[in-house]
Design a protein around this ligand. Structure first.
Ligand SMILES: [Zn+2]
Ligand SMILES: [Zn+2]
Length: 340
């Protein structure tokens, strides 16, 4: 049997170690992907630390996968070896549960296919993925460029394009990190008056370079008051993982404004009066399905949006993961495979 290198987590909290494994064969409805790159996302800690209920070990993490189809299983239509594809968090849907039949595939109730959670992900030279979860990757994007767009990219792009904001509207991106640096770029390219908000002055030059027309240092001034002075935001894209930071900008929403929450944070506090007087709302956003990822990649090619990455070969997976966890990566850590 041919072997590959992979990084299965043996048990909750176990170290990231490269092991040799048999290369898996694709079953019905699935393809095998020769991985070129896999982004490291903070959600990979669910697998690493065992904080996702029901997770079975060993499990290979990684849901920002880009590679080339190298084998196609039975009962797969529309895909063939040699095509470049990506797989994100959403590894597919059952098609028969109530949510799937209403078209809400993202909320599939059988939850059988989350990449790197319910089946093995992209910290490996090969993985097997359900054909319905594949996004086409354009030639213009390198594997390392495309990988972070499969989670961080699609999450911010899809949230913004469904946010209700229209060209010219004031849109604030709270947090200029792994998600936020993409959120700022997408918001600018979608034609929004884009404001970046972060703690401290050091993110200002980058925010302006990414196209934000205004920057708010939330340590130096009250971000809610500043947004209100500019007329109030139609959308605040909350990418931080800090509930207090979200609470602090809520007052900057304009009439009919929406705070879209992407960051998994602690509780936020909301004044009902603030919501009802201005018909404001606070809602969450799920990243997207395979076609949303494909749209994200195509839009990024069209407009030049790129993730800023620190790239590591698979051998340095431990170092790359720690870098992500430290919050110091500028801005996404990406693993690349030999020959990719
Ligand atoms: Zn992710
Ligand atoms: Zn379903």
């Amino acid at each position: 049997m041919a072997k590959m290198r992979a990084v299965p987590i043996a048990a909750p909290g176990a170290a990231l170690e490269i092991v040799e494994r048999e290369i898996p064969d694709p079953g019905p409805g699935s393809v095998r992907i020769k991985v070129q790159a896999c982004g490291i996302c903070h959600s990979d800690s669910l697998t690493k630390d065992g904080t996702m209920p029901g997770l079975q070990y060993p499990r290979v993490p990684g849901h920002e996968v880009v590679g080339v189809i190298d084998a196609v299983g039975p009962d797969v239509a529309g895909w063939k070896p040699g095509q470049r594809v990506g797989v994100g968090w959403h590894g597919g849907s059952c098609g028969y549960c109530d949510n799937c039949r209403r078209g809400d595939f993202f909320a599939c109730q059988t939850v059988t296919r989350i990449t790197g959670i319910t089946y093995d992900g992209g910290y490996a030279e090969y993985l097997v993925a359900w054909a319905g979860a594949l996004a086409r990757v354009p030639d213009e994007l390198s594997a390392a460029d495309a990988a972070p767009l499969m989670c961080a990219g699609v999450t911010t792009f899809n949230a913004l394009r469904n946010s209700g904001a229209r060209p010219g509207d004031l849109v604030a991106v709270l947090g200029v990190g792994g998600l936020g640096h993409l959120g700022v770029q997408f918001a600018v390219k979608m034609g929004f008056r884009t404001v970046a908000i972060a703690r401290g002055a050091d993110k200002e030059p980058l925010s302006r370079q990414l196209g934000a027309f205004h920057y708010i240092d939330s340590r130096a001034s009250d971000p809610a008051a500043e947004l209100a002075r500019m007329g109030g935001a139609k959308v605040i894209l909350a990418t931080v993982t800090n509930g207090d930071a979200m609470t602090a900008v809520l007052g900057g929403l304009g009439i009919n404004g929406t705070m879209l929450i992407l960051g998994a944070a602690g509780p936020i506090s909301v004044s009902p009066l603030q919501l009802l007087m201005g018909k404001r709302d606070v809602k969450g956003w799920y990243s997207g399905t395979s076609i949303d990822s494909q749209d994200t990649l195509a839009f990024s090619v069209l407009t030049g949006v790129r993730s800023m990455n620190e790239v590591f070969p698979l051998e340095r997976v431990g170092e790359a993961y720690d870098r992500m966890l430290s919050g110091k990566a500028r801005f996404r850590a990406v693993l690349t495979m030999d020959g990719a």
